[in-house]
Design a protein around this ligand. Structure first.
Ligand code: ZN
Length: 383
């Protein structure tokens, strides 16, 4: 596909305001790009998560061995519009950079894998079976990828590349930390502060939890050789109603970044035990909830898949590819739940401008990434 058309596809994707919603319009647009090739055996499946929120699975080619490409359709909020040099939803090229919300994270990566597949269809060079997964809700909990994995769409994969930003195609992520966001609610009993004995202080009980959870999390002290240690941050604390009342309710939120050495269940059990122990004390009423926890993604830098990615990359790019671990979770954590033994790699044309104003992608890196995905697909099936 010529470079102008490649830019048009990315610009069209950016113009769809899929800010934590509206992914169905992205799915519509991607479908429209593959429709003309339906006579070449293209299979398009829409997997609805919620109204206006559709995942899309596009399968091309035949064969037992399957290569997966994946990208998310959602973007984060544009933030302060004043701090943008141009409209975040109108792709604008200045000095070799294309600006717009999602230019880096990750509509450029999504566009690049789509174009690679369209080119293969156009030239009748589809090597064997390739599946595209375009997901909803990556930024707010990876629930699109979770749905696709649980409903079997990703079963039987032999390798999956997620085209999330890889520092302008210079770094591949092969393992990542997991995430546990927890919310502790402490319920007490309100009373006039002049008679505190009539109430139950929800804040006191929450502070008791807060003081105990810190050393508890510190006992998970194994060190992953790539990802380092598990981390824990108590990030939100809210409580009380007014200055002369005994607080009836208090809430704390915490964020834990896990490593493959500790499956999330181990952490859930430890937190649950602490809550149970405290609730045995008089007047305590603590509950814990979790919001979209993600498992850590184990990975091996020396797997055949990562080695192939490095080889293909290093033949095309000047600097050798750096393999590293990621502190943030991605759809990879959810695709792990699919049946089959396969490696996952994160590599795409975006850079370090994710979630910022004036997010951009280098235009030449974007075009080059299309060539990379095509070459990778070819060599993957030669392996
Ligand atoms: Zn992303």
């Amino acid at each position: 596909m010529d470079k102008k058309k490649q830019i048009d596809i990315l610009s069209n994707l950016i113009s769809i305001q899929s800010v934590n919603d509206n992914e169905a319009r992205v799915a519509d647009y991607i479908s429209s790009l593959f429709e003309p090739y339906k006579n070449k055996g293209v299979k398009i499946e829409r997997v609805t998560y919620a109204p206006k929120r559709d995942n899309l699975v596009v399968t091309i080619g035949e064969g037992k061995r399957i290569l997966g490409f994946s990208g998310h359709e959602d973007v984060v909020d544009a933030g302060d519009l004043e701090s943008w040099g141009s409209d975040p939803f109108v792709a604008t090229v200045r000095d070799g950079k294309l600006y717009g919300r999602g230019a880096t994270d990750m509509k450029s990566g999504l566009a690049a894998v789509i174009i690679a597949m369209l080119d293969m269809l156009e030239d009748d060079s589809v090597p064997r079976k390739i599946k595209l997964f375009a997901t909803v809700g990556e930024e707010t909990g990876e629930y699109g990828a979770a749905q696709l994995a649980h409903e079997g769409y990703a079963d039987g994969l032999d390798g999956l590349i997620i085209s999330e930003p890889g520092n302008a195609m210079s770094e591949v992520g092969f393992t990542s930390k997991g995430v546990i966001d927890y919310i502790i609610t402490s319920i007490g009993k309100g009373a006039h502060s002049s008679q505190p004995e009539r109430g139950i202080n929800a804040i006191d009980h929450l502070i008791d939890f807060a003081n105990k959870v810190k050393p508890l999390m510190a006992t998970f002290d194994k060190v992953d050789p790539v990802l380092g240690k598990l981390t824990h941050v108590q990030s939100i604390f809210n409580g009380g109603e007014q200055i002369n009342s005994v607080p009836a309710k208090a809430i704390m939120k915490g964020n834990i970044r896990t490593i493959p050495e500790y499956p999330n269940q181990v952490i859930f059990d430890a937190l649950g035990d602490l809550v149970d122990k405290l609730n045995r004390k008089s007047g305590y009423n603590l509950t814990i909830e979790y919001s979209f926890p993600e498992e850590a993604m184990p990975g091996d830098e020396n797997s055949d898949f990562i080695k192939l990615i490095k080889k293909v990359h290093d033949e095309m790019f000047e600097k050798p590819l750096i393999a590293n671990g990621q502190t943030g979770a991605s759809d990879g954590s959810e695709f792990l739940h699919a049946k089959g033994d396969f490696s996952i790699a994160l590599l795409g044309p975006g850079n370090n401008t994710s979630h910022q104003s004036n997010e951009y992608v280098e235009v030449d890196v974007y075009h080059k990434s299309v060539e990379f995905y095509k070459q990778l697909a070819k060599e993957f099936f030669d392996q």
